[in-house]
Design a protein around this ligand. Structure first.
Ligand SMILES: Nc1ncnc2c1ncn2[C@@H]1O[C@H](COP(=O)(O)OP(=O)(O)OP(=O)(O)O)[C@@H](O)[C@H]1O
Ligand SMILES: [Mg+2]
Length: 244
């Protein structure tokens, strides 16, 4: 469960996140949609306790991001797109193990969890090789394993398929579905409307830090009398892009 309460973040005069509130239940995938600079990554970084809000707060499984940040971190798994930030000189296993240890897992738990993930993600061939020369897709699998090794109940995905080919993107999408089946609370941000329609139970559209609309995809399509989510999205935020 994620409960966001009047959350704001200002960078000097820029209101990156402007008084947003929403909740995400277990087993629910909520899509965060918005154009470049809308405040999606800032919101996710605040929830991940990587950034302090300038107003409001949020609770992750009942733990407050302001006062219980280490508890919050133990509850969340993070998979952000782009450069995934692995240690090139360590093997895949060492990378995952290091992260598991940081999250307080015992040696036995770490070993068990990694063995399971290696099987599930079919990483047997390269789990003990240094990640430096890995392909993008191989690195992404290591990042996936790292994001979930501590069995978090909440998952945050920020454009997790950015730059991946269709096969690698499919692996990430299936991983997100598995997280839903495991009853995790999931926030997913993406610029791909196809992906959003495929994965999300509900979407929140943000523009210049503010929530402008939210609901299930069908609700939005009905409300705006349009079968194309992309057109609904553009009608909600598109007009603003020109007066920036
Ligand atoms: N560390 C920072 N310092 C100053 N301004 C920042 C910082 N991080 C983000 N911003 C500003 O906050 C706003 C929201 O940025 P954010 O990265 O959250 O957008 P986004 O919705 O993730 O966009 P994109 O789709 O391009 O990833 C932007 O105006 C951005 O320039
Ligand atoms: Mg972003």
């Amino acid at each position: 469960m994620i409960e966001v309460n009047s959350l704001s973040k200002a960078f000097k005069e820029v209101k990156a996140v402007d008084n947003i509130s929403f909740t995400v239940k277990s087993g629910e995938i909520v899509g965060l949609l918005g154009e470049n600079g809308a405040g999606k990554t800032t919101t996710l970084r605040i929830l991940a306790t990587m950034l302090k809000p300038t107003g409001g707060t949020a609770k992750v499984n009942g733990f407050d991001i302001l006062t219980e940040d280490s508890k919050v971190r133990s509850q969340i798994g993070i998979l952000f797109g782009g450069e995934v930030g692995l240690y090139d000189r360590l093997t895949a296993r060492e990378n995952i193990r290091y992260f598991a240890m940081l999250n307080g897992l015992s040696k036995e738990e770490t070993k068990e969890n990694i063995d399971e993930l290696v099987k599930a993600l079919e990483m047997e061939e390269y789990i003990d090789r240094r990640v430096g020369k890995f392909s993008r897709g191989m690195k992404q699998k290591v990042a996936i394993a790292r994001s979930i090794v501590h069995n978090p109940k909440v998952m945050l995905f920020d454009e997790p398929t950015m730059g991946l080919d269709v096969t690698a993107a499919r692996i990430v999408q299936n991983f997100i579905f598995n997280c839903k089946e495991q009853n995790k609370s999931i926030i997913f941000s993406s610029h791909s409307m196809v992906e959003v329609e495929k994965l999300c139970d509900r979407v929140i559209i943000i523009n210049k830090g503010k929530i402008v609309e939210s609901g299930t995809i069908n609700e939005l399509k009905q409300k705006y009398n349009n079968k194309d989510l992309e057109e609904v999205f553009i009608s909600l935020i598109g007009g603003d892009t020109r007066d920036k």
